[in-house]
Each structure stands twice: as C-alpha cells, then as structure tokens.
Design a protein around this ligand. Sequence first.
Ligand SMILES: [Zn+2]
Length: 408
Amino acid sequence: MLLFDTLRGAKFPLVIPPAAERPLSLYVCGVTPYDTTHIGHAHTFLIFDVLIRYVRHRGGVVRYVRNVTDVDDPLFERATRDGRHWKELAESETDKFHRDCVALNMLPPDHVPRVSQEIDGMLPIIEGLVGRGYAYAAGGSVYFSVAHWPQYGEMVRERLPDRAALLTAANAMGNVPDDPHKRDPLDFVLWRPSNPGEPAWPSPWGAGRPGWHIECTAMATRYLGNQLDIHGGGRDLTFPHHPSEIAQSEAYTGCAPFARFWMHGGLAFLNGEKMSKSLGNLVLIRDAVRRHSTAALRWYLLRTPYRADFNYVTDEVHATEAQVGRLFDALGATGGSGTPLELGRGRDAVLDWLDDDLQTDRALPILAELAEQVSAAAADGRDVGSAQAQLRELLDVFGFPLSRPWPR
Ligand SMILES: [Zn+2]
C-alpha cells in the first residue's frame, strides 16, 4: 500500500509482511489524561484503527503501542486545583479515555505504557546520550544539545524554515529559552528537577522527572525495537515533539531511520477556531459518544481526509445517522432467489482507495452506493447473501459495528 510520510513529504510504498513473518510496528503518541480528550484525538486515533484493520484485511498484523503521558504539567496542575492525587486523577481519566475508545469501536493497543511506570527505561537512554556527547547535565537537569544534531527540525523545514521559526514554535509548546543552564535556547530537556508537590524519581542527576520527549523514545524502543515501521500522532506533534524523538532516538541507538513512516492526523476546529483547552471550545469524545451512534461518529470523522483539518459540526454528525442507517438496512435486507448480486468492482474500488494512503473520504461514498445497490437488489427479489457478506467485510475494515446499535 501507499502511505504519506510527513518526513519525506510524499507517498511511499509500505510493504505489508504476512502475519507469520513479522508484525508491522506502530507507535502512536497518546494523551495526557486529565479531562481534555476531544474529538480531534478521536479523529487521529481512528485513522490508525482503520490502518490496523486494513493491514489485517491484507493478511498482515500490527503491533500497536499507544502511550499514556501521566507525568505532565497540566495533569499536576489539575490535580492540585481539584485536591486530588495526580496518580488517582490520571488513572481515572485513563479509564474514561479507554471507555471512549471502546465506544468508538477502536481496537485496543497491544501495549499501553504509562510514563510513571517507564522511568527505568528512560534513565539509561539519557545516560547513554550524555556519555556519547549528545546531551549534557547542568543544574540538576539534562539537556539534548541540538548543536550535535544539525538535521533537527527537518520534518517541518517547509513550515519552519529557519532557527528563529523553530525557536518561536518550540517556545509556544513549553520550551524555556532563557533557562540559564542551557547552552542553546533550542536545546530540549531530557531530565529536570521536580517542582514541590510533583512526583520525583531518583537519578544520577538528582531526584526529578523526565522531560516531555524522552518518554516516547524509551517506550517505543522497549516495546517495538530500535526502528519502527510507523510512528504517528496529531499534526501538533510535528514540532518539537517528533523531531526531538528522532534526534534522541537515532543518536542513542545509532539506527536510522527511527521510523520508516511518520503519519499525522489533521487538527479539529469548532466554528472555524482550532479546538484547544485555552479557548475552552473542546468537544469531548465522551460527550460526542453520548449524543451520536458509534457508526455515525466514525463515518463523520472518516469522511474527511485524515491529514486535513476538519471543522466539527454537531448537526452534520446528526445528519450522518440516516446515512449509516442505510448500511444497516442493506445488511438486514431480505432478498429472494433471483440473480445473485455481486459487489465486484465496487468492492475493489473501496479497497483501492484505502490502499492509496487510506483515502477514507473517497472510499465512503462508494460504500454508500454499494449499500444502496444491495437494498435495491433485495427489493427486486435478487439473492443478496453473497453481496451482504462482502459488504459486512468492508464495514469491518472501516470498523463500523456490524449490527444496528440500540437507540440511545
Ligand atoms: Zn510521543
């Protein structure tokens, strides 16, 4: 199949090995569990769900890891504000997020590592980077030295063409440029002392906690090895998170590329404004799954090209219910003994669109037509048994539930 690789900026072939040979490895950056997992996250995670289902359909298998960032400033701030222990808040929000994923009929990852339980995997990597001269310790912190990684930010060279642009973008994502211990304002933190009230783990540089990026290198390499087939996340991770992962991973393991494909989902907007915690315009997954059926939400989120930004409109999701209702009508239709219907070329067309960079937006209208054909043929007394089996198989590749949900 073809997949778009953000790093190389074009589509390239991804060879799907047979399941008996080896699994494809997929690492997706997960969420910080406080209370903000929104429909934009669902959109991103859904495309990986369809990818896994499509690979399975092609006879392959995916080993899927999605982490939980339960060591993070916003989580600690929320816990303090609510008078809860950070760990308890993180666990309860992680459970809620996983229930949201189940409600969206997403396949569970094979591993869901939590940062707080993976510190032992990060320390040797940080020590290794210091030992090899890629990182330095100062004032209880350890920094990655971007001077030793000239290709830093290659992934976003078009959007952020120079050092000044990289620095502005990094600062907007929490980089502290005037940290007196840094040799270069763009150097990023691998380890730092914890603030009062935050958890702290012992380390060669004193008690502290990891910086943001190192967690994914540690968890990806622990569960999937030094090189990944596919690494993904939302497009907001294309800088500084993913370039930092590349720098520290390749510097540490000596294996390049760290990931053969970088896949990024577009961002969610509401009324033309980017959904963000600070604007207070998040549509939480848990609210959406209460309001709409699983099939309608999946259809709605998959009808936009996965790399494109999308504007979420509740009324439009609502209107999608009728569309997915017709899928279930087709599956449940009773035909006769007339000329059997075969989906033939229509079925191939759906799969061809998925094979070309998962163009669900192009495949779904054909799927809708096939459902209409099945219903019409059944009404004409034709035998639709085989066509329904093929339709069911296609619906499963998109992860639609195969029976009509109970009314909510
Ligand atoms: Zn990550």
